[in-house]
Design a protein around this ligand. Structure first.
Ligand code: BGC
Length: 375
């Protein structure tokens, strides 16, 4: 009897030790702190540390990436993405830094589209067009957050329940993004979106990067490679004309590496219209890595892997130094680039583009990876 009791006690002790160890492990990998409140919801800042000792920070406000701290070739760690030190920074600052953008990332011409014969109208927040899901799109919402347990790497799920007709889009939607921070310095973003009636969807992450470290000069000396044989030219309001133009022989040919600044000032119609690169590339989707950007001076490399059909290369042409971010760094003209994996802009009005219709029958599932390393 005594022996059985002893064994039971020992077993309970072992189990409890295991639980404590588990708890400690999770705690070490993810910590959270108060960041602010929005719409009566708590906004937290999460710190995720991988086994390499590298740290990213996320917030449930806009399901945003706030910081990515990765080493250069000498082991010097620096934050390479745009974000703010405080929630106040987000409340009064740039709308999109690191955020998840929906219900329609990028532009919809004149804010109008039709689903099942019904025309819908959106707020015009970008000249004559609708941009990034409207003024109070998903970027401006406090998402629900859940730190995932029992995962190999630190991971958080952010969820936004979008009510029917919010910002003019039909459907009660449930949008989820799971961020995983692996020991190989990869941010994996797994998206899942469901709807209760037919609607349109285009979701992306709007992180800005500067591989020198955010706020340390411009990105014109970064070398970019994009595995895309064509792109979608735009009009003067940055709406695709419908043309799918081969990149061959144009400054949009990044199938071999080119410095971002090498051809950006060329007198080429699309660069003039875009004020630089602000275009959707039609990904070949044939190689595992769809795009990479390399900074020869620090050795930092960003690789982008996605199952989405397009990526928007945006070279920060509208940045103007009015935003001060993490560590007091100022974000000047062309001091950051974005690679927003996405469906093509204005697809609801472009029958030849891949469909962006989301139906109750088939959830939208998609993954994008930002992988950081040294070369
Ligand atoms: C667009 C830019 C826009 C920027 C706003 C990008 O996705 O393509 O034109 O200025 O978002 O942050």
């Amino acid at each position: 009897m005594k022996k059985v009791k002893l064994l039971t006690v020992a077993l309970i002790a072992v189990l409890m030790a295991g639980m404590v160890a588990c708890k400690t492990k999770t705690k070490e990998m993810i910590t959270s702190e108060a960041f602010g409140t929005f719409d009566g919801k708590e906004v937290l800042l999460y710190t995720l540390t991988n086994k390499a000792g590298n740290v990213i920070k996320l917030t449930n406000y806009g399901a945003a990436i706030v910081q990515i701290n990765v080493p250069d070739r000498n082991g010097v760690k620096e934050n390479v993405t745009f974000g703010y030190d405080t929630f106040g920074g987000y409340a009064g600052g740039d709308l999109y830094f690191g955020k998840v953008v929906g219900q329609y990332a990028n532009r919809i011409a004149k804010g109008k589209f039709t689903v099942d014969g019904v025309e819908y109208s959106l707020a015009l927040n970008n000249g004559p067009n609708s941009l990034h899901g409207g003024p109070t799109g998903w970027h401006s919402r406090a998402w629900d957050a859940e730190v995932l347990k029992g995962t190999d790497y630190p991971a958080i799920r952010f969820t936004y329940n979008k009510p029917d007709m919010e910002e003019g889009f039909p459907g009660n939607l449930v949008a989820e993004v799971v961020y995983t921070w692996t020991d190989e310095n990869e941010i994996i973003m797994d998206y899942k979106v469901t709807t209760d009636r037919n609607t349109v969807l285009n979701i992306t992450n709007h992180a800005y990067f500067n591989l020198h470290g955010a706020g340390n000069g411009d990105i014109l000396d970064h070398e970019a490679l994009i595995r895309a044989s064509s792109f979608t030219p735009v009009d003067s309001t940055l709406i695709p004309t419908g043309e799918i133009r081969p990149v061959e022989g144009t400054p949009f040919d990044f199938r071999t590496p080119h410095l971002i600044g090498e051809r950006i000032s060329m007198d080429y119609d699309q660069l003039v219209l875009g004020g630089g690169y602000d275009h959707n590339f039609v990904l070949d989707n044939v190689e595992p890595v769809d795009a990479e950007v390399y900074d020869p001076s620090t050795g930092r490399l960003l690789e982008v892997i996605t199952d989405q059909p397009g990526v928007q290369l945006y070279t920060g042409n509208f940045l103007d130094g009015t935003q001060t971010g993490v560590g007091g760094k100022v974000y000047n003209y062309r001091s950051g680039f974005c690679l927003e994996t996405q469906h093509f802009p204005d697809s609801p009005n472009q029958p030849a583009f891949p469909s962006v219709i989301l139906t109750p029958e088939e959830p939208f599932l998609s993954s994008t990876v930002y992988r950081f390393s040294i070369r």
